[in-house]
Design a protein around this ligand. Structure first.
Ligand code: GLC
Ligand code: GLC
Length: 840
């Protein structure tokens, strides 16, 4: 193993990761903002901001995949005599006397010191405000008076991040700004059609500015040596077209020991149509003035920052564990939950591996993300479910993605991924179990956003189930369509043209026999949930006491949703689930593991008979979670095979052996080099499926050992350099055992891994599972586990649950609730504070 250097450490008390060397093996980033205004920020202050949609409302410009890496950001240049430096080291890269970056919960603080001056910048997006605050504190730690020249820098993106990168014939002519006092306004295209502008402000008088990039930087200079800064002279340039920027110039004098705060504000404003201009061609700045007024002093900023911290105190108080194992506690209590929130907000749209222009909100991705987030702010989860369901088609099929700004399905990506519909059930059930809010099923939700097409959300669930049943193949297993969870297993695609996208190219759907065992398992898992839900609705409909009226008022244009209907529906779907189980046992078992699929011609995929990729993880995960054939030993054999063939030092690979050549019938999966991405990479997202399978089977030691292998805090300790990407969050993919560099991580931050890791550890390992009637307690632990306590807020209740494992991996022996014995494993819900003791 190569020498492992350290770049930082956890600070659990402050809920921060502290980076102590700016030259991390890859930019290590954080996210600012929680609702509408968002920013990405690296440990050297690189990154960008946008409003709601990283494609359509990009505010500042960033250069992906550039040289040097991580190019573009909010840069402060400090000119102290002949030395020019940045608190975040980049872009000047002047060696610093001290550097530290603290990534916290929705904020980042970067501090640099040079020649007796400390510059510390706090970056955050205040709650409910459309702006990024950058509070810069300059402090003179030397014994002499210092006269500094301070230049700020932001570069405007011309709103649509995609055209900004390609349509130069137009956008070199559109850029426009206004300058008023210490505020630079970016008003590109602000005419009758566009109603928004951005601004960059500082709460101090300025002695100069620049708004034209080439004038400020110099055409043949770089961010590392902008001409205006190097000469210490702003040009007071006014951008017309080309590339508008915003730079303030401030002269600062600091006596020994003196410090000064400057509040910089990057804001976004939308104006009503009839209030757009204050004079011809002059933008109405009222809202900008108001926003600036709310944050123009250190006190106001500190208060806004305290509010943000209070939000995180509350969010992280809902589920808190004390196991005595710091590495586990910090992931459960801080970072895993934080990553879930970020992933919920962004889906897969904007990271340092996702450009923000390629993808909107994924149908399946967002449903899965819900499970990691629903306990934190349930109303936002509720809205998300409705938004997602509104893009569904009347036959149950789905757009694969929708754009967050318009909430419309994205035609460019299309649909036909046959696992998609099932995920709606997965997300909705998780929401109802957490909240007890059955009324969501009454919501009238359109198809494809078409007004007039609304049916209840329940009916969306029903057609989702039906979509699977109506699309069965020759073995009575689900047809895969364009792909299932594995976007890259393209069994109906047949592409020989390297210019075609596997995701969108024409699919040969007629006469296909391509079936998916992954969808089969998913159908059984979500089908059982659906049956259970229908049974409950049937009982509730019978008018049980204490049932709020809203819960039973389900109506429909198609069929009256009566108790009798729900009973019949439960029965109908139970039969479908049973039939699916039979089909898997009969046609989906290979002897030692579950098959992965049947191809277009009806040939086995993921079988011992195959030359390569004899076993795949997805069907092992889903069929063991569905417990298909457990009584015949299938589950145990499948889990053993995962250990034997898929597991390696860094986790479980997706398939084994890896594909060494492109297979026309399989598509994208075989286009990747061995060990990367869907071709035998450790796709962290699906490791938890097997771990849950292990938990259901009661194999706590195995579950834990798989879990710890991909738990960031364990990886952090062992592999900082090798792993490369952020050590505080999971990444989508770690290079697998067949790769050139096994253990190297990629695609960090936005991944279904976040929600699945959370779901796995919170509900299946630690065993605290929300259910309709209360909290189900069913841990599955390594034998070495010692007593632990979980504080869980649930609806209006607050439980303190202490588990005594007694060396057992699984099986709850006794539960007491406030001293009273509880029958079974569900603590019945009742509001208020409760103490629970669990003996295994
Ligand atoms: C990516 C996609 C996800 C897909 C997975 C496997 O993570 O966001 O939707 O399931 O890749 O292909
Ligand atoms: C590519 C990626 C895959 C992703 C898909 C969707 O195929 O390899 O992981 O899910 O794109 O955009």
């Amino acid at each position: 193993m190569e020498q492992q250097k350290r770049y930082g450490h956890f600070d659990d008390q402050h809920r921060e990761y502290v980076i102590t060397d700016p030259q991390t093996p890859w930019p290590w980033i954080n996210y600012l903002g929680n609702e509408d205004f968002f920013s990405l920020i690296s440990n050297t202050a690189g990154g960008y901001s946008f409003y709601k949609d990283a494609k359509f409302r990009r505010i500042t410009r960033y250069r992906y995949n550039n040289v040097p890496m991580d190019n573009g950001g909010r840069y402060f240049y400090i000119k102290d005599g002949d030395t020019v430096w940045n608190p975040g080291w980049k872009p000047c890269k002047t060696p610093l006397d001290f550097y530290e970056c603290r990534h916290g919960m929705s904020y980042t603080r970067i501090t640099g010191k040079k020649n007796g001056i400390e510059a510390s910048v706090l970056f955050f997006v205040p709650l409910k405000k459309w702006c990024e605050v950058q509070k810069l504190t300059l402090k003179n730690e030397s014994s002499e008076t210092k006269s500094l020249k301070l230049f700020s820098f932001e570069e405007w993106c011309l709103w649509n991040a995609a055209t900004d990168m390609e349509n130069f014939q137009r956008n070199f002519s559109t850029g426009e700004v206004e300058i008023e006092g210490s505020t630079i306004y970016h008003k590109t295209e602000y005419r009758e059609r566009r109603n928004h502008y951005a601004f960059y402000h500082v709460n101090a008088p300025i002695q100069g500015f620049d708004t034209d990039r080439e004038t400020f930087v110099g055409l043949y200079n770089e961010f590392a040596d902008p001409q205006a800064v190097m000469e210490g002279k702003p040009r007071n340039s006014h951008a017309h077209g080309w590339s508008p920027i915003a730079s303030h110039y401030i002269e600062v004098t600091l006596k020994p020991g003196e410090s000064k705060d400057f509040v910089f504000l990057l804001g976004y404003i939308e104006n009503e149509q009839d209030k757009k201009f204050s004079a011809p061609q002059v933008i109405n700045k009222d809202k900008a003035h108001a926003l600036i007024g709310e944050l123009d002093t250190t006190e106001k900023v500190d208060k806004a920052f305290a509010e943000l911290n209070a939000l995180w105190d509350n969010l992280l108080n809902i589920y808190k564990v004390r196991t005595g194992n710091d590495k586990l506690d910090r992931m459960v209590n801080i970072w895993n939950q934080y990553q879930c929130m970020v992933t919920f907000n962004f889906s897969r749209s904007a990271s340092f591996f996702e450009s923000g222009v390629g993808r909107g909100m994924g149908f399946r991705d967002s449903n899965q993300d819900l499970v990691g987030f629903v306990h934190q702010i349930p109303p936002r989860a509720r809205q998300r479910i409705i938004d997602i369901a509104s893009t569904q088609f009347p036959d149950g099929g789905c757009y694969h993605q929708y754009q967050p700004l318009t909430k419309r399905g994205n035609n460019d990506i299309g649909g036909g991924f046959n696992d998609d519909p099932c995920w709606l059930i997965f997300g909705t059930v998780a929401y109802i179990k957490e909240t007890g809010d059955f009324s969501i099923l009454d919501e009238m939700v359109p198809f494809d956003n078409q007004p007039g097409s609304e049916v209840t959300l329940f009916e969306h669930l029903k057609i989702s189930m039906d979509h699977v049943i109506k699309n069965l193949g020759p073995h009575m297993l689900p047809l895969i369509g364009r792909a299932d969870w594995n976007d890259c297993l393209n069994l109906n695609c047949f592409s020989w043209d390297p210019n075609e996208s596997f995701q969108t190219t024409e699919n040969v759907s007629e006469g296909t026999k391509a079936e998916s065992l992954m969808i089969a398992g998913l159908f059984v898992v979500t089908g059982k949930d659906y049956v259970n839900l229908c049974q409950r609705l049937a009982v509730r409909g019978k008018g049980l006491e204490n049932t709020p009226a809203a819960d039973i008022s389900l109506t429909s244009n198609h069929s009256p949703l009566t108790p009798a209907f729900f009973s019949a529906e439960a029965e109908r779907m139970q039969q479908a689930v049973d039939a699916m189980i039979d089909a898997v046992k009969k046609h989906g078992w290979d002897g030692e593991w579950y098959l992965r699929a049947y191809d277009f011609y009806g040939r086995k995929i993921g079988s011992n008979e195959c030359e390569e990729a004899k076993i795949f993880i997805e069907s092992q995960g889903w069929c063991t979670m569905a417990e298909i054939g457990a009584e015949d030993g299938m589950v145990a054999k499948s889990l053993d095979s995962c250990k034997k063939y898929l597991e390696c030092e860094h986790g479980m690979v997706l398939n084994n052996p890896a594909f060494t050549k492109y297979i026309y019938e399989y598509g994208e999966i075989s286009s990747y080099p061995e060990g990367y991405k869907e071709n035998a990479g450790i796709f962290c997202h699906n490791n938890p499926w097997v771990i849950i399978g292990e938990c259901l089977a009661g194999r706590g030691n195995d579950a834990w050992s798989h879990y710890a292998k991909i738990l960031p805090s364990y990886v952090e300790e062992k592999y900082q350099t090798l792993h490369k990407v952020e050590p505080y969050v999971n990444c989508q993919m770690v290079a697998g055992k067949d790769a050139f560099k096994p253990g190297e991580g990629k695609n960090s931050w936005l991944t279904g891994t976040a929600a699945w890791m959370w779901y796995t550890v919170s509900e299946f390992i630690l065993g605290i599972k929300p259910d309709y009637d209360g909290i189900r307690i069913d841990p599955c632990l390594p034998e070495t586990a010692t007593d632990y306590t979980v504080n869980r807020k649930f609806r209006e209740a607050d439980y303190e649950i202490t588990i005594h494992p007694n060396g057992q991996q699984k099986g709850v022996k006794a539960i007491t609730l406030d001293g009273q014995k509880v029958d079974g494993t569900v603590i019945p819900y009742s509001p208020g504070k409760h103490t629970v003791e669990v003996t295994m």
